[in-house]
Design a binder for this molecule. Structure first.
Ligand code: HEM
Ligand SMILES: *[C@@H]1O[C@H](CO)[C@@H](O)[C@H](O)[C@H]1NC(C)=O
Ligand SMILES: *[C@@H]1O[C@H](CO)[C@@H](O)[C@H](O)[C@H]1NC(C)=O
Length: 542
């Protein structure tokens, strides 16, 4: 009952405020073409979250309307949707904080983590980012390579032990990779063992995080869509009551947050004395940085206990499933593209032979970077299967958004730029941009890593932080962990492909790209209740 009452009050208030805003501000983006809205209340939001295959809708719309169009948001609002690189560059890369997050999205992060880097805005965000940046410098990240290799090696040993008994391992690939990347982030960020690989089902934290996005955001119905959309119209302090709603998914979110806070306090308790000791005084690891920030004299560099724990939660959630799901999709593509898998393995083995010949026993960063086929496979997977399929932003000020690819207006005019008013919501579809034939070539619906050896990136509009992709987003809020993730993926792939052969399961299953909000993950068609799933047949490589 309280859940219903809160929802009712929120939705009614929001509807009222949305209608008032519409009456007062009649300009807007009505002249931009787009699909007719199926519903005044929900707009396209229901159709979007209920797609069978993530992003098929925008792939269709970009063919119909050009690369920038108008869709319906909740409460009769218009959303400017774009896959245009220049628009993306302008909004994400060049405008600083002038385009902010929607309340719906930053408040959901706040409910999950508390005041961490993903849920704070403007000046607060700048402070969090400034404190965290040194831990993610290229030089510092090199020191994590042995850890990545050790955890990848541990995963490898576990599979080999199983293979000794069975000869062939039929297993959920994503679950293994998720545990491995959870252990990696625990140790890299906090020198803490989440015990996910060894503990398996017994690891409380691994169980706690499992399918969190799916449980919270998958296949929402109209009432949930409207309830969440209402947040965008209400004062943030009022929204804090959502935390206490005694109904799913808010209880799921609260339970995970409580579980994490126990871990957070335990980690702080174990780490703080060590950090205070002189030996770590100059250390750049994430935990030392956070703990030092707690006692900083400079208010611009200070962070309190609440924020530290929120940051730990954030890093754990942002830093493990993203990487493991990307690796999952990559190995899935390799299982479908055996020829590429063979070439990749050959390249890895020939570099490994050189390492052995020079008396070494592990890949260095330079060795990993020389694995062109591996790097191209990573890029191509980030292009075709971006885990964050797109992001919403809201214009803080009136502005004009430039386009690389002009579109035709409802009256037949050619639009080379789109003026927007403060408050205009924009959806940037990263998945859509990453399928543009003008940028990536004609075969953008095919997984073809070799494209990266022939692309002339100098000709493209410069966006993103890596390979002109938007998978890690761009600008002041770009993924802070993108280099971390790349090195981790390189290290895992070198280990796993050297040792194992990946095949699709003997019994044919259909993999779908499911959406939870803006997060994409694989499921088995007809077996959605399994949660994120990628069955795989693993054997020893010849
Ligand atoms: C393939 C792997 C990854 C992908 C595709 C990815 C993608 C993204 C994207 C799209 C954003 C922007 C989100 C937004 O603006 O709301 C983001 C932010 C972030 N990512 Fe990643 N990420 C990955 C791995 C990692 C790793 C390994 C870490 C940590 C070690 C990490 C930490 C973060 C943090 C802290 C933010 C928030 C940055 C901010 O708001 O300033 N990510 N990531
Ligand atoms: C943000 O907007 C203000 C006012 O329109 C403008 O002066 C400023 O240059 C913008 N900031 C960036 C980084 O574009
Ligand atoms: C942070 O500072 C507060 C107040 O100075 C202190 O009570 C707390 O123990 C500190 N936390 C850590 C993790 O050092």
């Amino acid at each position: 009952m309280p859940a219903l009452a809160v929802s009712f009050v929120f939705v009614t208030l929001a509807l009222f405020l949305a209608v008032v805003r519409r009456v007062v501000d009649r300009k807007g983006i009505k002249h931009v073409r787009g699909p007719p809205s199926p519903s005044f209340l929900c707009g396209h939001e229901e159709a979007y979250v209920r797609q069978e295959e993530a992003c098929d809708l925008e792939f269709k719309w970009m063919r119909e309307y050009g690369y920038t169009w108008r869709t319906g948001g909740a409460f009769g609002t218009d959303v400017l949707t774009t896959v245009d690189p220049k628009a993306m560059q302008h909004i994400m890369q060049k405008s600083g904080y002038n385009y902010t997050k929607k309340t719906t999205s930053f408040h959901m992060s706040w409910l999950m983590s508390g005041p961490g880097i993903v849920s704070v805005l403007g000046k607060d965000h700048q402070r969090h980012r400034k404190i965290m940046n040194p831990a993610f410098s290229a030089a510092h990240l090199r020191t994590f390579l042995p850890l990545f290799q050790r955890v990848a090696g541990k995963l490898s040993e576990k599979w080999k032990a199983d293979l000794m008994a069975t000869g062939e391992l039929n297993t959920m690939l994503n679950t293994w990779l998720s545990r491995a990347t959870l252990d990696v982030i625990g140790e890299a960020a906090f020198d803490f063992d989440y015990n996910a690989l060894d503990g398996g089902e017994r690891s409380a934290i691994s169980k706690g995080y499992k399918d969190i996005f799916k449980d919270v955001d998958y296949q929402l119905g109209k009432p949930s869509i409207l309830f969440r959309a209402s947040w965008d119209y209400l004062p943030v302090p009022l929204l804090k009551v959502i935390k206490y709603i005694p109904a799913h998914p808010w209880t799921r979110i609260r339970d995970l947050n409580n579980l994490y806070r126990e871990y957070g306090r335990q980690i702080l308790h174990e780490q703080a004395p060590v950090v205070d000791a002189e030996k770590k005084a100059t250390s750049k690891d994430i935990m030392s940085i956070l703990i030092k920030a707690n006692s900083s004299e400079d208010p611009k560099m200070r962070m309190d206990d609440e924020e530290i724990i929120a940051e730990m939660y954030t890093l754990t959630i942002a830093g493990h499933e993203t990487t493991s799901t990307t690796l999952t999709f990559l190995l899935y593509e390799l299982a479908k593209n055996q020829e590429y898998q063979d070439r990749m393995r050959q390249e890895i083995r020939s570099v490994r032979a050189q390492i052995t010949a020079r008396g070494g026993n592990q890949f260095t960063i330079e060795d990993l970077d020389s694995l062109t086929l591996t790097m191209n496979a990573i890029k191509e997977t980030l292009r075709m299967h971006p885990i964050v399929v797109g992001l919403h932003r809201v214009a803080e000020k009136d502005d004009v958004i430039p386009l690389a690819y002009p579109v035709t207006s409802t009256t037949g005019e050619v639009l080379t730029e789109i003026p927007v008013r403060a408050g205009q919501v924009v959806f940037l579809s990263y998945a859509g941009y990453q399928r543009l034939p003008e940028v990536w070539g004609d075969d953008t619906n095919v997984w073809n890593p070799d494209r990266f050896s022939r692309l002339e990136t100098g000709k493209q509009t410069n966006v993103g932080v890596f390979a002109n992709l938007m998978a890690f987003s761009a600008g002041v809020r770009a993924c802070i962990g993108w280099r971390f993730s790349l090195i981790e993926m390189q290290a895992f792939l070198a280990e796993l492909l050297d040792n194992f052969q990946f095949d699709l399961p003997a019994e044919k299953v259909e993999i779908q790209r499911a959406l939870a909000g803006i997060v994409m993950f694989p499921i088995v068609k007809g077996k959605e209740s399994l949660g994120g799933a990628m069955p795989m047949r693993i054997s020893l490589a010849q």
